[in-house]
Design a binder for this molecule. Structure first.
Ligand code: FES
Length: 142
């Protein structure tokens, strides 16, 4: 290997080291819009455009998704928004359309669609947020 090749390889390695933090950072939990570890700030709003493909599930009764630690679901008669973080030990809860409730997969807690506990071990309700729909836009007030 001559000097030129050595320099080229060193620069390539440097480029990898230079880019690595950016790549790693782009995969961090903080950049994940569904990150359940970062509760949304109180007083803020989440808007969801139902015309976007990534939100298409919400256009169907029973569809749901988690956005910024908020479980948003279409119950067929309304849209609901609840904290997606189980009040027992923090697992992500899910809307179960067939049972018309919200369930935690970790230890079996069950909540109503308004967030109240119906089955423990959770003892505290999920925070419920108001949802407004205007055209294709859902606005959740936190
Ligand atoms: S974390 Fe949900 S029931 Fe335990």
């Amino acid at each position: 290997m001559n000097r030129r090749e050595s320099l080229r390889k060193a620069l390539q390695g440097g480029a990898v080291l230079f880019l690595a933090p950016a790549v790693l950072q782009s995969c961090s939990k903080d950049d994940d819009p569904n990150n359940n570890g970062t509760p949304p700030p109180a007083g803020s709003k989440i808007t969801i455009d139902l015309s976007l493909p990534e939100n298409a599930s919400l256009n169907t009764a029973g569809g749901s998704k988690v956005v910024q630690s908020v479980l948003v679901a279409n119950t067929g008669s309304a849209f609901i928004a609840l904290s997606s973080v189980c009040t027992h030990q923090g697992c992500t809860v899910a809307y179960v359309h067939g049972a018309s409730n919200v369930q935690c997969p970790c230890h079996g807690s069950v909540f109503t669609t308004s967030g109240s506990v119906t089955t423990g071990p959770a003892t505290s309700a999920l925070t419920s947020y108001p949802v407004a729909k205007s055209g294709n836009i859902l606005t959740i007030s936190l």
